[in-house]
Design a protein around this ligand. Structure first.
Ligand code: PMP
Ligand code: GLN
Length: 380
């Protein structure tokens, strides 16, 4: 196979979900909810299929969804976009990230990414011929060190690839960090690709879109997705917003990756985006109580717990339990305790800071989290 596949192998999520199935483990590894999103959303997709929305959607997405994305950005962030020129519907955020990198990265260009990084970033940067330059979010706070960010910039830097709320640490970048990113982008004339798929999963602080900062409108590719907000990760409906020039560039790449995305899901997601604040509030409150349930339980078991401000992942340091290597720990855990988790290490270029860290997903029913915690008693 081609050199660009070197080091990619099978994703940790596929490996660990297969291990969960094979061992009958409680799967707190791959992040997907164990209850599907709102009934109205599911019914709307079924109705759309019955009504014949089964052929190619328009290239940039069905008009109702593009309008709903615009209305959502206005409602939550007071950002204004033109639905015809500034929105693109994609096959999940995953495709949006790939298309954005293909659109802006030339061979040899450097892409600065927050480390630990979501694993598809590394593959996409490699596909684009770029070079990944990590800036590490370090324990115990996992905040962005702006001096490290500035030091990572070189004349070859083309793109800052930001993710907030951040998977896997749960960091929600604050105003100072976002201003710092903005200043670096303006000073060095960089494109910023910002992955905000966990925008509605914030428990402490608030989510601020990078696109809302002065000077960022023309250089920011903003990405989100229906998967987390509406608990339908299998639908793979995502979107890009940005300036007409940015969105046209990403569209040019997207049209030759998938051409268009899931036609019957699009009108359903359009209606879901317009759900009242009660939906968004309940989603957050629900997940916050699960975060606390799992964080408290893991702390009681003796782990050093990092309670995340956002996302649906808790990070623990396993050293207080006498373990040192997260990969070994996660390979042993299904046999030993019947639980699956994800080692941070695979999300680092230099694995050292991630070695003792393990990620646990809490987007599961409370009784499932309880069951996992009970099983983990076996580690004592
Ligand atoms: N970015 C991050 C940070 C994620 O955690 C995920 C989750 N799977 C994605 C992108 C992919 O989103 P989608 O399922 O919409 O492709
Ligand atoms: N985003 C989810 C996670 O981080 C699922 C990722 C995947 O399966 N590719 O666990």
């Amino acid at each position: 196979h081609a050199e660009r596949l070197n080091g990619l192998g099978t994703t940790i999520f596929a490996e660990m979900s297969a291990l969960a199935l094979a061992t009958g483990s409680v799967n707190l590894g791959q992040g997907f909810p164990d209850r599907d999103g709102p009934d109205s959303l599911l019914e709307d997709a079924i109705a759309a299929i019955r009504a014949g929305a089964n052929q190619y959607a328009p290239a940039r997405g069905v008009p109702a969804l593009r309008q709903a994305i615009v209305d959502h950005q206005k409602r939550f962030y007071d950002l204004s976009y033109d639905p015809d020129t500034q929105v693109l519907v994609t096959t999940g955020a995953t495709e949006a990230i790939a298309a954005a990198l293909l659109a802006f990265v030339e061979p040899g260009d450097e892409v600065i990414a927050l480390e630990p990084y979501y694993d598809s970033y590394a593959a996409d940067i490699a596909f684009a011929g770029g070079r990944r330059v990590p800036v590490t979010l370090r324990a115990p706070s996992y905040r962005l060190d702006l001096d490290e960010l500035r030091a990572a910039v070189t004349p070859r830097t083309k793109v800052l690839l930001i993710n907030s709320p951040h998977n896997p640490t749960g960091t929600v970048l604050d105003d100072e960090e976002l201003r710092g990113i903005r200043d670096v982008a303006l000073e060095h004339d960089l494109i910023v690709i910002t992955d905000e798929v966990y925008e509605h999963l914030v428990y402490d602080g608030i989510h601020r879109p990078l696109a809302s900062y002065d000077g960022m409108a023309d250089r920011t590719v903003s990405i989100s997705s229906a998967g987390k907000t509406f608990a339908v990760t299998g639908w793979k409906i995502g979107w890009v917003t940005g300036s007409p020039e940015v969105v046209t560039a990403v569209t040019t790449a997207k049209q030759f990756l998938t051409f268009t995305s899931g036609a019957p899901f699009q009108p359903a997601v359009a209606n879901a985006l317009a759900l009242g604040n009660d939906y968004y509030d309940a989603l957050r409150a629900d997940l916050q109580s699960r975060r606390d349930l799992l964080s408290d339980g893991l702390a009681d078991l003796g782990f050093e717990v990092h309670r995340p401000a956002g996302t649906y992942f808790v990070t623990t340091d396993i050293r207080p339990l006498g373990h040192t290597d997260g990969i070994e720990f996660c390979r042993m855990l299904p046999q030993r305790a019947g639980v699956v988790a994800i080692p941070h290490q695979v999300f680092y270029d230099n694995p050292e800071p991630g070695r003792p860290l393990v990620r646990w997903a809490f987007c599961k029913q409370p009784e499932v989290l309880q069951e996992a915690l009970e099983r983990l008693q076996k580690l004592r």
